[in-house]
Design a protein around this ligand. Sequence first.
Ligand SMILES: Cc1ncc(COP(=O)(O)O)c(C=O)c1O
Ligand SMILES: N[C@H](C=O)CCC(=O)O
Length: 427
Amino acid sequence: MSDTHARFDRAQRHIPGGVNSPVRAFRGVGGDPLFIERAAGAYLHATDGRRYIDYVGSWGPMILGHAHPEVIAAVQGAAANGLSFGAPTELETEMADRVCKLVPSMDMVRMVNSGTEATMSAIRLARGFTGRDKIVKFEGCYHGHADSLLVKAGSGALTLGVPDSPGVPAALAEHTLTLPYNDLDAVAEAFARVGGQIACIIVEPVAGNMGCVPPVPGFLEGLRTLCDRYGTLLIFDEVMTGFRVALGGAQALYGIQPDLTTLGKIIGGGMPVGAFGGRREIMEQLAPLGPVYQAGTLSGNPLAMTAGLKTLELIGAPGFHERLTETTARLMHGLEVAAAEAGVAVRINQVGAMFGLFFTDAPAVTRFADVMACDADRFRLFFHGMLDEGVYLAPSAYESGFVSSAHGETEIEATLASAQRAFAAIG
Ligand SMILES: Cc1ncc(COP(=O)(O)O)c(C=O)c1O
Ligand SMILES: N[C@H](C=O)CCC(=O)O
């Protein structure tokens, strides 16, 4: 029994599946998950004694790479002052000011502890504000694991084949209309039937939980128009895209203003954080100003605010996102060339420093159905080929990859050399 297998065996004794979040368990690719000892820059250091070039980045937050010295120093400084106060701090004011400046559609913001809390609270707020129950989400999009949103969900739910989780009351799920992503006609048709009952549309403006699937031109614009016509709120779930695809998120990149935005991942710099915010008149419905209740013992935690603020400061440097996008484009181009040389059909989607690799010969991957038609077996073989080479991709065909500012020439070159061999092995 390998050392990693023994560790995973032990983990499974008292942790369901040995993991604290399902997709980590490698069920989508088979084998044992790596156990991580530490991470620095672009590398994960595992208990097997090897280091891996990391394209998961803790599922998105580590845009500066792991253990960035300035972030670590800031958190260490904050920790010395106490871990949690349960009372206001100026760090929270600073964070709110910073976020509202970077994301102009947000007049006000409330900090929470995860992306799930952010989306769950935003949905409640949208329902409270509009007095309507129905919500619209898109197939293959994942918005965390709140009941209303675990309907035809992506990410780990899709990987494990449980997009409609047992335990979600049918009476609640029936208020969630799930429509095909990038299909504006389907949305218009649903609104023609029940538009007056729909509180909100929640959408990943770049879908990142069925691989990376960008919006087709006109899709987000069309959602905005329909929402305006029917008095429905448009929620951009930017937990993944926020501060990643551009400093101002996908809404800045595509020039669309949602009514509410949910954030997570990068805003916490690697600490457990989420946030939701938007137009003032909507946010003023939240307790204690308004009747829609939402709260959190650890919300606005000083360590999390410190890590997030330092991260936002560093990624706000001129040219940061442009450089990251260029690095990612170079990597994507290299992967395309390596796959073509090996005779392996792949399609790659990239938005900023976020990417999806699809094993298909379809001309484009724009719909959930395109994603489901991809060769998941080939992905599995490629994943393990890359892992053997020392490159860590997300252990599921339905997750996005992420590049950080710590990925330099050396890492990109090494990744491409590995990819050449891994593609050749499955070609
Ligand atoms: C787009 C999106 N929304 C919401 C979530 C939920 O965030 P969390 O895992 O922090 O609860 C995630 C990731 O898990 C996500 O990718
Ligand atoms: N795709 C998910 C978030 O973006 C992956 C995180 C998880 O489920 O552990």
